[in-house]
Structure formats: structure tokens, C-alpha cells
Ligand binder design. Structure first.
Ligand SMILES: [Zn+2]
Length: 415
């Protein structure tokens, strides 16, 4: 009998520096892959089928966290792999893991490296699931024009190795860009972020999700449908939901806000372009939104928001390339003939995208206006963010006005 392939999505990996072993975070491509996985583990008696607990738990959680893995093979995050379940029979189920996202955690330190190399097969160039989306042209009526009564303010929340940014009208948020928490957060930490920041929302506001990585949307997992419909009026996102968790969250958003989730297709990318261009697709006077041309790397085909305040322009970037961020800045400065100073939320937590070879370049015409840069980053993160090459590049352009949330906490100012 032919065994069905179980396709997993490698959401994240980091090396544990002391001993050179890896931590992997796997999700599944579809609900079907998760069911096959539970079935295979139950049959091989790695997990016990008692109480139907796995069925219930797996309706909410889908991540498999592998720790202490000694693996020599090069793995690429954001790719699909065929999972070899048999190798997990050499691992030990770890019930002590306190991260909130894991369905199952395996301590893999007893798996020898030869066997570990078989855990994930060759990566598979599968397209994301078609989850339904609206076309870019359909967004004209998307967001109501908003006119702040009080002074418009920027708040970049310190949420560790993740992203959460707000525009405030006086004290009350009216625009939110990303709702992230670090992938290894405990439930208690996520609830703390929600009560510190999201509970400040008193009138339903607009939420933009830059792209479907957990560190940009994880708080939505802990919010109920009624909480979501109380806090948000509409949601703007892309349809690049490659992981099962992101598909489930999109579904939850659609249930919470029927007809008010605007999920956009990335547009086709011309052959031979060095990286996906960010295309303007919405402008309401003081906020412009851009979306990347298609890429298999969801970081670089997400959404950017550009905001023109009275004192500063502000750019929300998610995990795009610095070059893409600069293209948006150039476009806005030319189009709007801006005189104001500029605040950049530095893309990708100050990291470089190792998969895309685009030089760190800023066009000199805008540098005079570059005033402050903010890096949303966690202390001692396992990714080496921010990278020193990015830091010294940014320091030159922004005259050393760099705010690291890991050092200085929240950033807030009138714009
Ligand atoms: Zn990120």
C-alpha cells in the first residue's frame, strides 16, 4: 500500500548556539496533512489515541516543535517539505514545553544525525493554497476616510521579536499594522500583550497584516471572534497563507468580520526583475498601501503602509527588503512632494533577507529627510537580528537616530 505524503511547512528554525543543535517549528500545508500526521503517530503508538484529545487539540493547534535536533542538511524556512514520520519514533515527547503555539513538542536530541537527515525530504515547490481573494482593483471603497480629531501619534509597541504598530488619534488607536508575538511566546505573554496594547482600542479600527508570519499575527490566535469584531472594523491582508495556522486565522477573521476582510492577490512579477516591486493599491489622502508582486518568499510580497502626518511621514514595512522600502519612500516623496521628516520602521527586525541578493541601497535624494529609524526586535533572539551590516547602513542614513525596542521599549511620538 502506498503511504500518503504528509506535507509540512517549515515556519521557522533557529540554531541553539551552545551545542549547535536546531529548533524547528513545523506547521502543515492543509487540514488533511495534519489528520494524516495524527493518524500516523497514533498507529505507530508515538501518541496514544485516548480521550480523543489529539482530535480536539488539533482543531486549535497545528504546530510541531522539534528541539535539540542535530541536522546537517540545509533547510529553508517558508518552504514545504515531505515529513518522514518514522524518524519521530526515535524522539521523546516533551510535555513540559510552555510555548502556546505547539500541538506537540519532541525532544530530538537522541536522534542521530544520519536519521535526522531523513526527517524532512527535499523541499517541494508547491504554491500556497487558494484561499480566495479580492482583486487589487476592488479596493476603492475599502477603508473609510479617517480624520483624526486630536494630534496623530505613532506607537511602535515593544512586543519582543515581533511586530505591532499603531496610529493613534490622541490616545485611541485607529490604525493597526501587524499584531505579532514571538513564535515561542507563552499563552500568558500573549495575553499580556493583548491587555497592554490591544485593549487600548476603544473604537473598532482598521487592521493591516503585512504578511502571514506568526510574529506578525500571533495575537489574533488568542483573540475570540467577539473580541476581534469589537476591536476591528476591517482587515487588509494578502492571500499568501502557506501554513495551516494562517489559513485558520484568516477563516476566523472572515467569521468575525463578514464581508470586511480584504484579502489581496499578489500580482504577477515580470521575468528577470531582481526582486518583487511593491505596487501602490490604495490611497485615501494620508495613508497609502503597497503590495508586493508575487514571490514564493512571503516576506517580500507583503504589504507596506506609508502615512503622511503633519510633522513626519512614517513607513510600516513588515519583513520586506530595505530596497523595497526605499522604492516606496521615493515614490511617495515624488508623488506628494513631501517636505516632512521621515520615520522608518526598519524592515525585518533589522535582518537581511539571505535568500535575496539585493544591495542595501538608499537613494540620496531622500536621505536628507530620513530622521528616525525604529527596529522592532527581541533581546537575545536566535536570528542574529539586527545584523551589524544593516545597523551600520541605517546609522549612516538616519544620523544614528536608531530606536531598538529591545533596548528602549515602546516608541511613541506625535506625527
Ligand atoms: Zn517578522
Amino acid at each position: 500500500m502506498e503511504v500518503a505524503e504528509i506535507i509540512v511547512y517549515l515556519d521557522d528554525h533557529s540554531v541553539v548556539s551552545e551545542n549547535g543543535t536546531w529548533d524547528l517549528w513545523l506547521d502543515f500545508r492543509t487540514e488533511h496533512d495534519l489528520l494524516l500526521f495524527i493518524d500516523a503517530l497514533t498507529k505507530s503508538q508515538v501518541i496514544k489515541p485516548h480521550d480523543g484529545i489529539w482530535g480536539k487539540k488539533s482543531e486549535i493547534l497545528s504546530y510541531v516543535h522539534l528541539t535539540g535536533l542535530y541536522i546537517k542538511k540545509r533547510l529553508i524556512r517558508g518552504r514545504y517539505y515531505a515529513l518522514n514520520v518514522g524518524t519521530l519514533s526515535y524522539a521523546r515527547l516533551d510535555n513540559e514545553d510552555e510555548t502556546d503555539i505547539s500541538l506537540l513538542t519532541f525532544d530530538c536530541s537522541q536522534i542521530n544525525s544520519e536519521i535526522a537527515n531523513y526527517l524532512l525530504g527535499e523541499h517541494l515547490p508547491l504554491e500556497p493554497i487558494d484561499i480566495g481573494s479580492v482583486e487589487l482593483g476592488a479596493c476603492r471603497e475599502m477603508l473609510p476616510n479617517y480624520h483624526p480629531d486630536g494630534p496623530m501619534r505613532l506607537l511602535v509597541a515593544d512586543v519582543g521579536q515581533a511586530n505591532m504598530n499603531f496610529l493613534l488619534d490622541g490616545d485611541s488607536p485607529f490604525f493597526v499594522f501587524d499584531l505579532g508575538a514571538p513564535i515561542n511566546s507563552s499563552r500568558c505573554f500573549i495575553r499580556q500583550i493583548i491587555s497592554n496594547y490591544i485593549d487600548r482600542i476603544t473604537n473598532p479600527c482598521t487592521l493591516v497584516i503585512s504578511h502571514w508570519d506568526v510574529d506578525h499575527y500571533q495575537c489574533l490566535r488568542q483573540m475570540s471572534t467577539s473580541e476581534i469584531s469589537q476591536k476591528f472594523q476591517q482587515v487588509v491582508c494578502t492571500n499568501q497563507c502557506k501554513s495551516l495556522m494562517s489559513q485558520r486565522i484568516l477563516e476566523k477573521l472572515r467569521l468575525s468580520l463578514p464581508g470586511r476582510v480584504f484579502c489581496f492577490n499578489t500580482s504577477n512579477r515580470p521575468a528577470h526583475s531582481p526582486y518583487p516591486a511593491l505596487i501602490p493599491f490604495y490611497s485615501d489622502g494620508f495613508i497609502s498601501l503597497y503590495i508586493g508582486e508575487h514571490s514564493s518568499n512571503i516576506n517580500i510580497c507583503g504589504i507596506n503602509a506609508f502615512v503622511c502626518g503633519n510633522l513626519f511621514s512614517v513607513q510600516f514595512t513588515g519583513d520586506c527588503l530595505l530596497k523595497q522600502a526605499d522604492d516606496v519612500l521615493q515614490n511617495e516623496y515624488l508623488k506628494r512632494r513631501l517636505q516632512t521628516d521621515h520615520i522608518l520602521i526598519v524592515p525585518h527586525h533589522g535582518g537581511k533577507s539571505s535568500k535575496v541578493k539585493v544591495p542595501l541601497a538608499y537613494n540620496t535624494s531622500s536621505i536628507a529627510n530620513c530622521n528616525t529609524s525604529i527596529i522592532s526586535v527581541g533581546k537575545h533572539n536566535g536570528y542574529g537580528h539586527p545584523e551589524h551590516t544593516v545597523m551600520s547602513f541605517i546609522a549612516g542614513i538616519f544620523k544614528h537616530n536608531i530606536h531598538l525596542t529591545s533596548l528602549y521599549g515602546d516608541f511613541t511620538c506625535n506625527i
